[in-house]
Design a protein around this ligand. Sequence first.
Ligand code: APR
Ligand code: ZN
Length: 239
Amino acid sequence: MDSISIAATDRVFVLTGAGISAESGLPTFRDSDGLWAGYRIEDVCTPEAWQRNPAGVWAFYSARRAAAQQAKPNPGHLALAELESRLPERFFLCTQNVDDLHERAGSVNLLHMHGELAKSRCENDCGAPPVEDHAVYASLSDVGRCACGGLLRPHIVFFDEIPLGMERIEREILRATLMVVVGTSGSVYPAANFVHWARQNGARTVYVGPEAPLNAAAFTHVVEGKAGEALPGLFVVEA
Ligand code: APR
Ligand code: ZN
């Protein structure tokens, strides 16, 4: 049985992807039954898709919002929240996921670099902050507008848009001594580069997932298995 030791001097950076939510019943993107098997990225997850067909984009994200609301955190999410509670001030969780299962499992020091399903924001760069929004929109006429007149869009980072929180992420990678990457295929940048940056800083790098990611060569340790089965009990926190 694998175990990852965490010394008293270690600072842990965790990156998660869609795989950690798979056992909660939410589809990944690139598995054979993944979201990109049923939808084209250029139809639902690009700025051009939004300009061309906002109703189609809202239909896609409303369905994902509804699915995430029905889902529950799984033992993988819970194991990371429990680990954080044992590593006060030296644990940082960056997720590519837009569901709120990490929050609902109890994770606190968390950053959503690709946005959040439970928020919407103005389509214009008017400076209005994202707003909490749990609505599942049946039609575009139900979608609200910003005070500036802009239509509300999903607070999701589309392809060709800049991920959120990169300054904070880079700072956290610079001081991490252990990076744990869970359930991500390593297909999308800059997230797929994080493990290389961590290695360059001399950090230990661990991958947890059922199959090797594209950036597998960058990991010092691979724990083969599903997140919900491999993460509980994986970490040994040294006094
Ligand atoms: N436990 C752990 N990992 C799993 C599990 C599981 N139960 N089931 C599948 N996986 C792994 C797959 O082996 C795969 O490596 O999860 C990974 C999912 O990869 P993707 O579907 O590519 O998802 P992800 O890497 O998170 O995608 C990154 O791409 O489309 C964009 O913005 C979107 O955030 C997303 C980004
Ligand atoms: Zn606005």
